[in-house]
Design a binder for this molecule. Structure first.
Ligand code: NAD
Length: 472
């Protein structure tokens, strides 16, 4: 058992127990919520070159209190059962926090994707999907995977195609997986969703007067400095959107090859372009490379965003953190012991189960789109546009004044799918933040946002169980 993964699972369990102590949920029900309902470990052969490799993989359904279950699939050589169980549990709490009516699940395939060709990855993904189909562990009303570390829309398209090959007659088959390419039953705005949600969540923190007073920060994100670990899906969109829409200054970036820093700010687009071209961020003009990759945690900044993997801030390096706000864009990046140190030093951790819930929120929208067989906005867009035009014409007739073409276009623009998705995501992140803050500011002895988020989630899941009549 790898210690980082076990630590991650222990941290999730420990955080659960700590939050549970603040609730009046029956101990038997708490135990039911805590455990994983179904764990499927599989080993299957895949032809690689002229030999066969036996691949170890998992799918864990943490909670069946709501169906389908939902959670990403991770491709990483670090995958093990504890890790997938911890991630599946987090999904249950995450869905509850953002009012997405699913139970939590997670999948893991123990491979290093960089070591395989796209054809080999396709074979592995399809074979994994077949194993899930065989055991009834996938389906629009059963369990719906999505992308996670090491996977993206390409893998989701392979999963859908495999599912449809076996279940061709199912009318809702497209809803068996989310995070698909837009042209293959995906939804506009899913790829950026987790990073966009991270931005909306952090923006809320910088508008909460009580938190700002505690931290000694001015209102708003503009001009605040940020450091990001991981420039994959979540890290890159968090950086791009924070910079472009929030006027945040990115001063440090960390990737597998090392960490770069610039006091004057790093343009996120340029950094991503540079890495694409050179295969590394090191050497990006205007930046310096820090002596050690791990130095990213100690950079002097306002907001630290771990967006790569779990257990990267531990009791060994937590005392080096200078940032006052740590946004958990990744799942479980801070161990329970490290969190204690950061909180004792006056830091605020914005917990993963809230902050990176944008992905599952928009996955939920995608699933709804698949079940309705229609893109969002199709019915009302033209109607709204015509209504706005009528209003303008009436105003012009009544006032005798003319509104210029540019202004007309701006006012009469009706929402496209991506506008509706972004607005639904923004609303979700704002309203969930307020629910968490109600607990944080309202409960005695709750001194951190993770406990507050956990309490919010536990109360909702417990309530669901009681509604189902499982517990009186
Ligand atoms: P990804 O594979 O797209 O990107 C991860 C990045 O981290 C890669 O660029 C990788 O090179 C980098 N990385 C790995 N080890 C590193 C290290 N030691 N130092 C610096 N960089 C390192 O993965 P992702 O989808 O962006 O997921 C990242 C995290 O966010 C994971 O914890 C995942 O569970 C979580 N998450 C993802 C989503 C989603 O929608 N993709 C949703 C919620 C949570």
């Amino acid at each position: 058992m790898s210690s980082k993964q076990a630590k991650f699972y222990e941290s999730v369990q420990r955080n659960f127990d700590r939050a549970a102590a603040h609730t009046d949920i029956h101990p038997g029900l708490l135990q039911q919520i805590k455990v994983c309902n179904a764990v499927y470990q599989m080993n299957f052969p895949v032809r690689i070159g002229d030999t066969y490799q036996v691949i170890e993989a998992y799918r864990v359904q943490h909670s069946h209190h709501r169906l389908p279950t939902k959670g990403g699939i991770r491709f990483s050589h670090l995958v093990d059962q504890e890790e997938v169980m911890a991630l599946a549990a987090l999904m249950t709490y995450k869905c509850a926090i953002v009012d997405v009516p699913f139970g939590g699940a997670k999948g893991g395939v123990k491979i290093s994707p960089r070591s395989y060709t796209p054809e080999e990855l396709e074979r592995i993904t399809r074979r994994y999907t077949v194993e899930l189909i065989r055991k009834n562990f996938i389906g629009p009303s059963i369990d719906v995977p999505a992308p996670d570390y090491g996977t993206g829309e390409r893998e989701m398209a392979w999963i859908l195609d495999t599912y449809q090959t076996f279940k061709g007659g199912e009318i809702d088959a497209a809803g068996c997986v989310t995070g698909k390419p837009v042209r293959q039953n995906g939804i506009n705005g899913r790829t950026e969703a987790t990073g966009r949600g991270v931005y909306y969540g952090l923006r809320e923190v910088f508008h909460d007067e009580k938190l700002l007073a505690k931290l000694g920060f001015s209102r708003g994100m503009a001009g605040k400095t940020m450091v990001i670990q991981g420039m994959g899906n979540v890290g890159s969109y968090t950086g791009l959107i924070s910079q472009n829409e929030g006027d945040v200054k990115i001063v440090g970036l960390s990737e597998i090859e090392g960490t770069i820093y610039s006091e004057n700010g790093i343009d996120m687009e340029a950094a991503l372009e540079y890495r694409k071209e050179h295969g590394t961020i090191l050497g990006l003009p205007g930046t310096v490379t820090l002596p050690d990759r791990g130095d990213w945690v100690a950079i002097d900044c306002d907001i630290l965003v771990p967006a790569a993997l779990e257990s990267v801030i531990t009791e060994e390096n937590a005392h080096r953190v200078k940032a006052k706000v740590i946004g958990e864009a990744a799942n479980g990046p801070i161990t329970a012991e490290a969190a204690d140190i950061i909180i004792k030093n006056g830091g605020v951790i914005v917990p993963d189960m809230y902050l990176n819930a944008g992905g599952v929120t928009v996955s939920y929208f995608e699933w709804l789109k698949n079940l309705s067989h229609m893109r969002f906005g199709r019915m009302e867009k033209r109607f709204n546009h015509n209504t706005y035009e009528n209003i303008i014409n009436t105003v012009e007739n009544l006032t005798g004044k003319t509104i210029n073409e540019k202004e007309k276009q701006f006012i009469t623009r009706a929402a496209d799918e991506v506008d509706l998705v972004r607005s639904g995501l923004e609303e979700t992140m704002i309203s969930s933040f307020h629910q968490i803050m109600e607990v944080y500011h309202g409960y005695k002895n709750v001194d951190n946002l993770r406990d507050a988020a956990f309490i919010t989630a536990l109360n909702k899941v417990a309530n669901d169980y009681m509604t189902l009549g499982v517990f009186p």
